[in-house]
Write a protein that binds this ligand. Structure first.
Ligand code: HGY
Ligand code: MN
Ligand code: MN
Length: 430
C-alpha cells in the first residue's frame, strides 16, 4: 500500500513538473506586472490600493477560467482551489501580490503565478491529485502601507490578530479596516470562507532577494528557515520654530535629536559586527517638513534582523537604553511595532523540497540545490505555526530586491516553478 502511494506521488509530481510551461509563466508575470507597472520596469502596487484590487480581480478571473473554486476570507486573503479526488485538507501554495512603494515584478507575485502555473500544468497533464491543491494570495505581506507585515497570513493562522490590524493607519490616515472593507465589498461575488482552515502543508516559492544563490552559481535553494525580525518607531517631539530667528542654544530640534540617536543605533549595531545583524532606518516622517522651520516632530522606523535571536535581544536592550536616555529639550518615545522569532522548517518538508529541486536541476543540467536561511521574512513564517511548511528560492540578479531593477533569469524562474510543481504534486498525492 505504502509503496503504491509512493509510486503514485512520484508519477503525479513528475507529470506536474514536466507540464510546467515557461512561456505561459513569462506571459503571466508580464500581465500581472502591468498592474502598477512603472517606466523603470518596477511595480508600485501597495496593499489594497485600487491597483492592487484590480490585480486581484485579474487573478480571480484567471483562476475561474482554470476551473478553480475561488474563496475569500475576512482578511481578504484569496484562495484558488483545484479540487482533488477527496475533499481533504488541501496543500496550499502561493504568496502575496502587494509590493513595496517602489518594488519589482517578482517579489511575491512570482509565487502566486507559479501556483497558478501548477494548476494549468495539472490540467494539461489531466492529473487529479488525491488532495485539493490551493493557491493563496495573502493580504499585506509587505507591511509598508499598513504595519506590520504579513497581516493576512498571520490573521489566517490566528484570527484574534485581525481587530488590532484593522486599526492600523497609512500615511493618509486611512485605516486598514476601511481598506479591507472596501476590498471585500469589491469582491462581494467571491464566496466568503473562515480563516484558520486545516491544511496538509504550505509551500512558498519566492525570489531570494539576496546574493547567496547567485554567488554560489546555483539556481535553486531549499530554505531551512527565516531569520528573526523586529520593527520599531522612534518619535521625537520638540518645538517647531523659525529657522532664522531661533538661536541654536534654545532649540528643541526633533531632527537633530533623531540624527544623534540614529548615529548611536548604528554604533550599537556595529558592536555586533560579524553576527549578521542588519539595521535599517528606512522611513522618516518630518513635521512640518519645511526648509525654514525647525522640525517639531520627527519619526523614524527601525528594522533590525539577525539569525541569532540573542544578538537581536541585546540590540533591543541597547536601543531602549539609547532612546530612553537621550538628553535634550524635547521628548522621545519608542514604539515596538512587530517582532518575530526565527522560523525553522521541518526536515520532512525540506526533504520533499530537496527531491523536487534535485530532479528539476538534474533535468535542466544545472548544479544541485543548496540550503540557505531567508534574510527576508515571508508569509511562510506564520504558516509554519499552522502546518508543515517550506520554501524554495530562485536567485535574484545582483541580490537586489525592493528595487525597480529586481530581476531573475527567466530559465531560473521556470526551474523554480518546476520544483514547486513537483513538491506540491508530491504532497497532494502522498
Ligand atoms: O521585509 C521583508 O522581509 C519582506 O520582503 N516584506
Ligand atoms: Mn515577498
Ligand atoms: Mn518584499
Amino acid at each position: 500500500m505504502e509503496q503504491a502511494r509512493g509510486e503514485r506521488a512520484r508519477t503525479v509530481a513528475e507529470s506536474a513538473q514536466d507540464h510546467v510551461d515557461g512561456e505561459r509563466l513569462r506571459r503571466a508575470i508580464a500581465q500581472l506586472a502591468a498592474f502598477g507597472g512603472r517606466e523603470d520596469g518596477g511595480v508600485s502596487r501597495q496593499t489594497l490600493t485600487d491597483i492592487d484590487l484590480q490585480a486581484r480581480r485579474h487573478l480571480v478571473e484567471r483562476a475561474r477560467a482554470l476551473g478553480c473554486e475561488v474563496r475569500i476570507d475576512e482578511a481578504a486573503n484569496l484562495y484558488f482551489r483545484r479540487p482533488g479526488e477527496q475533499d481533504l485538507p488541501p496543500v496550499l501554495t502561493g504568496s502575496h501580490v502587494d509590493t513595496q512603494p517602489v518594488g519589482g515584478k517578482l517579489d511575491g507575485a512570482y509565487g502566486v503565478l507559479a501556483g497558478l502555473e501548477l494548476v494549468e500544468a495539472l490540467n494539461d497533464a489531466k492529473v487529479r491529485t488525491a488532495r485539493p491543491v490551493e493557491v493563496v494570495c495573502w493580504t499585506n505581506e509587505e507591511g509598508s502601507r499598513f504595519g506590520p507585515g504579513c497581516m493576512g497570513s498571520s490573521a489566517f493562522v490566528d484570527p484574534a490578530r485581525l481587530p488590532a490590524y484593522r486599526a492600523a493607519v497609512d500615511g493618509d490616515q486611512v485605516t486598514f479596516g476601511e481598506a479591507l472593507d472596501r476590498a471585500l465589498q469589491q469582491m462581494a461575488d467571491v464566496p466568503r470562507r473562515a480563516m484558520k482552515q486545516p491544511l496538509a502543508g504550505f509551500v512558498e516559492l519566492h525570489i531570494e532577494q539576496g546574493p547567496v544563490l547567485e554567488r554560489a552559481g546555483v539556481a535553486l535553494g531549499v530554505v531551512t528557515g527565516i531569520q528573526s525580525v523586529r520593527w520599531y518607531a522612534v518619535k521625537a517631539r520638540g518645538v517647531a520654530a523659525h529657522a532664522g530667528t531661533t538661536p541654536m542654544e534654545v532649540r528643541a530640534d526633533a531632527m537633530a535629536a533623531c540624527i544623534e540617536v540614529a548615529h548611536r543605533l548604528q554604533a550599537e549595531a556595529a558592536k555586533a559586527a560579524g553576527s549578521g545583524l542588519r539595521l535599517t532606518l528606512g522611513r522618516w516622517v518630518v513635521s512640518p517638513n519645511s526648509i525654514n522651520t525647525i522640525p517639531g516632530e520627527v519619526e523614524f522606523t527601525v528594522d533590525a534582523r539577525c539569525v541569532d535571536e540573542q544578538v537581536l535581544a541585546r540590540f533591543d536592550a541597547g536601543l531602549r537604553t539609547i532612546v530612553a536616555g537621550h538628553a535634550w529639550r524635547g521628548r522621545m518615545e519608542l514604539q515596538p511595532l512587530f517582532a518575530r522569532a526565527p522560523t525553522r522548517f521541518p526536515q520532512a518538508m525540506l526533504d520533499v523540497m530537496a527531491q523536487a529541486c534535485q530532479r528539476a536541476s538534474r533535468i535542466a543540467g544545472k548544479p544541485s540545490p543548496i540550503e540557505l536561511t531567508s534574510g527576508a521574512f515571508h508569509d511562510a513564517m506564520y504558516l509554519a505555526d499552522h502546518c508543515p511548511t517550506a520554501m524554495i528560492f530562485v536567485p535574484s540578479k545582483d541580490g537586489l530586491s525592493h528595487n525597480a531593477a529586481e530581476e531573475t533569469a527567466h530559465e531560473d524562474l521556470v526551474l523554480g516553478a518546476r520544483a514547486l510543481a513537483h513538491a506540491v504534486g508530491w504532497l497532494a498525492s502522498a
